[in-house]
Design a protein around this ligand. Structure first.
Ligand SMILES: Nc1ncnc2c1ncn2[C@@H]1O[C@H](COP(=O)(O)OP(=O)(O)OP(=O)(O)O)[C@@H](O)[C@H]1O
Length: 619
């Protein structure tokens, strides 16, 4: 029954989305946007502005400074990009040149930088090709930065630190900015200071012309946003928009929030049960707090045939960007992302994983280990602003280190009004953070459990969890610290190899980039066959029924199957750019997915997925 309830709820969410759209809102056409931008919007099939766009775009077009707070996934990026590009087109007709950039879009992470850059570039493609956007990244040398800023570009997307470097090295002339800069955007504004960019912003502030329009966007507010307002907002008119004044919740209604309370040492077991019994919908984004935990979870799951990719700040930038792109096109269904809530810490200083057995490390070993410190890229981050596509489930394997981190993590699902689901695995030590999150969400700790924002997940019962305990504990014993370290080093080596060796190749053959698979098995131990499925005697009937309902809900919601991309790649018959990797997306005849999930469709009532008749046409 619980499964049906959840399914109905998800269906209702979808229904609620349709009702919202009936609201009488002005369309993009009535906003007075440049026709070339209307063409770009039509190309993206965006039928109606989202509420935040309806409110923010006219105000920004009037030249007002806007502080926009709106839910995650509510379309804030276009809410500022559309009027920004309209302004550039209007001022110069898209042709005249300036001696400096017209707009800065400052973001806290490398991944968001890439995403916003791509968004601007796709808008420019409809504006006659004379406009130029560049992104400045951490690994760009002064020479590369100089080349990128030559021209100059019309829009610069960067972290504040990169802009600082350009000013310090006189790549950006403050005098030029006084004349050219007309728009400054601080996206994920509240995070910019906590990522340690305050000094950079203070250095930049004096060079921002008084007439420059400033926009601050974020889903969460903080005292830092107040600091930023004073720092960069000159025009006194500031408008803080909540998407819906009546609805103070900062998490979209389309996201159902659940939790499972369990011991820390049982988190692997509970994650396995959720994925193995298909009690959650794919694609799945799983957040962990340390890189080691990410690899431990990956090695553990792959022993059960559940493949996943890991994403963390240790990986080279272009590998990280590529993993995100592959995940978004649906080449794999499970992504394990590290969100340590901090920015640049030596990896070995990561918070201790409380249930990892202490390793007795002698002094000289410890010194040697410290010498091998690897640094996480200070600008890595996929929790904020990154527009994951079709993520149906976010799992907090670890609770985040801040309540705001929780909001942004689960904001990776339920985007643009789609439905989503989050499940947080809460150990006894994390109950404090859970209540802080409840407070932030406006849940009253005295509230009855039925009114809480985060409720117990109804579909995972004890019998189902216990049925997997023996296997899970047996496998997790095999995932030792040494195995994790070896897997981590192997992944890093391979990604560095790929990113260096293939950079030139991918520039010439961008579609080949799609073929590089990031969810390859890292374990030395081959997954045992008997672990790939759950034998009949271990299956719990109510869990089976719930799993069936989840699949029905997915069909009801009309999930666009992401394996369209897989079919497209397969049809392209693209060669694998890497000789050593089997890049062809693995597909099985019975249509089961690449995660090795046992294909229950075949089992239900014997009506399996009808095998496609392969007519070998003789040519
Ligand atoms: N008017 C629209 N109609 C439908 N979808 C839209 C519209 N505007 C934007 N989107 C889509 O909504 C998704 C989320 O947009 P965006 O990333 O800008 O959200 P956001 O508010 O910035 O989220 P976050 O708080 O996580 O940064 C994107 O896939 C975007 O293409």
């Amino acid at each position: 029954m619980a499964g049906m309830k959840l399914a109905e709820m998800q269906g209702e969410k979808q229904g609620a989305k349709e009702e919202e759209e009936e609201e009488d809102e002005i369309g993009f056409e009535e906003m007075g946007l440049d026709p070339r931008l209307l063409r770009a919007i039509a190309k993206r099939k965006l039928l109606k502005p989202t509420p935040i766009q309806t409110k923010a775009i006219p105000l920004i077009l009037e030249g007002k400074d806007v502080v926009a707070r709106a839910k995650t996934g509510s379309g804030k990026t276009l809410a500022y990009l559309l009027p920004l590009v309209h302004k550039i087109l209007g001022d110069t007709g898209g042709t005249a040149s300036y001696d400096g950039p017209r707009a800065f879009v400052l973001v806290p992470t490398r991944e968001l930088c890439q995403q916003v850059h791509d968004d601007v570039r796709s808008l420019f493609e409809h504006c006659g090709g004379s406009l130029k956007v560049v992104q400045l990244t951490t690994n760009m040398s002064v020479q590369t930065l100089t080349a990128a800023m030559a021209g100059p570009p019309d829009v610069v997307v960067a972290t504040p630190a990169r802009i600082s470097v350009c000013i310090q090295n006189e790549i950006l002339q403050p005098s030029a900015l006084q004349h050219s800069l007309s728009t400054l955007v601080l996206d994920e504004a509240d995070l910019l200071l906590s990522y340690g960019y305050e000094d950079d912003l203070r250095k930049l502030a004096p060079h921002i012309p008084r007439r420059c329009q400033c926009l601050l966007m974020s889903a969460t507010s903080s005292p830092d946003v107040e600091k930023l307002k004073k720092l960069v907002l000159h025009n006194p008119v500031i408008l803080t928009l909540m998407e819906d004044a009546a609805d103070e919740s900062i998490v979209p209604k389309s996201v159902q929030q659940f939790m499972v309370k369990c011991r820390n040492e049982d988190k692997l077991l509970h994650t396995l049960a959720l994925l193995r019994f298909e009690l959650v919908q794919k694609k799945c984004l799983i957040f962990v707090n340390t890189v080691d935990k990410g690899f431990r979870l990956k090695l553990f799951l792959e022993q059960f045939g559940i493949k996943s990719a890991v994403l963390n700040g240790e990986l080279p930038q272009n590998s990280r960007i590529h993993i995100l792109k592959e995940f978004n096109v649906g080449l794999f269904d499970h992504l394990i992302a590290t969100d340590d809530g901090k920015s640049s810490q030596p990896v070995n200083d990561e918070p201790k994983d409380e249930n990892e057995p202490e390793e007795d490390v002698s002094a000289e070993k410890r010194i040697r280990k410290n010498k091998k410190k690897r640094f996480v890229d200070a600008e890595f981050g996929v929790v904020r602003g990154v527009d994951f596509k079709n993520v149906r489930t976010v799992i907090n394997f670890d609770m985040p280190l801040t309540p705001a981190g929780y909001v942004h993590r689960i904001g990776r699902t339920g985007r643009a009004g789609n439905s989503g689901l989050s499940i947080s695995l809460v150990s006894p030590k994390e109950e404090g953070m859970l209540s802080l999150v409840e407070d932030l969400l406006g849940g009253d700790s005295e509230k009855s459990s039925s009114n809480k924002s985060i409720t117990a997940f109804p579909l995972l019962n004890r019998a189902a969890v216990e049925s997997l305990r023996y296997r899970a504990e047996d496998v997790s014993r095999g995932v030792t610290k040494i195995a994790i370290r070896e897997a981590r080093a192997k992944e890093l080596r391979m990604e560095i190899l790929n990113s260096d060796r293939l950079k030139a190749h991918f520039e010439d053959n961008p579609t080949d980039l799609e073929l590089l698979k990031h969810d390859k098995v890292l374990s030395k131990r081959q997954p045992a066959v008997h672990l790939q499925t759950v034998p009949e005697y271990l299956r719990d009937p109510s869990t089976e029924a719930a799993s069936r309902q989840i699949r029905i809900a997915r069909a009801v919601i009309g999930e666009k199957l992401t394996n369209f991309r897989r079919r497209k790649l397969k049809k392209a018959g693209k060669e694998d750019p890497l000789k050593t990797f089997s890049a062809k997306p693995k597909r099985r005849r019975d249509g089961s997915d690449a995660t090795g999930g046992f294909n229950k469709k075949k089992k239900v009532g014997g009506q399996g997925v009808p095998k496609k008749k392969h007519h070998n046409k003789k040519r």
